[in-house]
Ligand binder design. Structure first.
Ligand code: TZP
Ligand code: MG
Length: 212
């Protein structure tokens, strides 16, 4: 039996040119607003930079019992002592990641088609990320979006929780959750917000069906 992980509001980082203090302040505010899990995803940073950021983030998140996931890099997740890793289709496979990180690690994988999902479901994963749900400016090298109908079908097919990612904001989050998703992963809805705490809080309210 898998342990349950709160995937409901999943923050994916985008540091850009933010200083470390400002970056951590945004993440702290978002967690105070209701973010339940954080993925460190810094595509342009070196391994050392990601490790340093990861260690700083772990110091922030551990006492709050918010899991820290590292994007792509199993070696960095291990070096940081993070709670898990988020794999893409061209990273180490799930069995290899599990062998390195151990039974307790949280392992998620992005799936861009039902075929990829069917293969992932055979593995020892904790969640699938349906990528992308909608077009998004944050990641332009995406596959064809799942859309709401595709997401619904995936959620019916998958015995694992499905996190929806890509183009999700406070205006569409309710529809996404109604498809059966366990949660939503967000970059711009939090990092572009003037108040990340309010943005996260509003997202939670909208997920629950409140009208803003
Ligand atoms: N993977 C699929 S879409 C995406 C990632 C990392 C970016 C999501 O960003 P946003 O700003 O929440 O659309
Ligand atoms: Mg990846």
């Amino acid at each position: 039996m898998k342990r349950s992980i709160d995937l409901s509001l999943y923050l994916v980082t985008r540091r850009d040119s933010l200083g470390i203090a400002e970056f951590l302040t945004i993440i702290r505010a978002a967690v105070n607003g209701g973010v339940t899990i954080v993925q460190l995803r810094e595509k342009d940073a070196s391994a050392r930079e990601i490790i340093n950021l990861g260690k700083r983030l772990l110091l922030l998140l551990k006492p709050l019992e918010i899991p820290l996931i590292i994007n792509d890099r199993v070696d960095i997740a291990h070096a940081v002592g993070a709670d898990g890793v988020h794999l893409g289709q061209s990273d180490l496979n799930v069995a290899e990641a599990r062998a390195i990180l151990g039974k307790k690690a949280i392992i998620g994988i992005s799936v861009e088609s039902l075929q990829q999902a069917e293969l992932a479901i055979e593995e020892d994963v904790d969640y699938l990320a349906a990528s992308p749900i909608f077009h998004t400016k944050t990641k332009t090298d995406c596959a064809e979006p799942w859309g709401l109908n595709g997401l619904k079908q995936l959620c019916i097919t998958s015995e694992y929780p499905v996190v929806a990612i890509g183009g999700i904001n406070e205006t569409n989050v309710r529809e996404v959750m109604d498809c059966g998703a366990a949660g939503v992963a967000l970059v711009s809805a939090i990092f572009d917000a003037s108040c990340p705490k309010t943005a996260a809080h509003t997202m939670i309210r909208r997920m629950k069906g409140y009208a803003f």
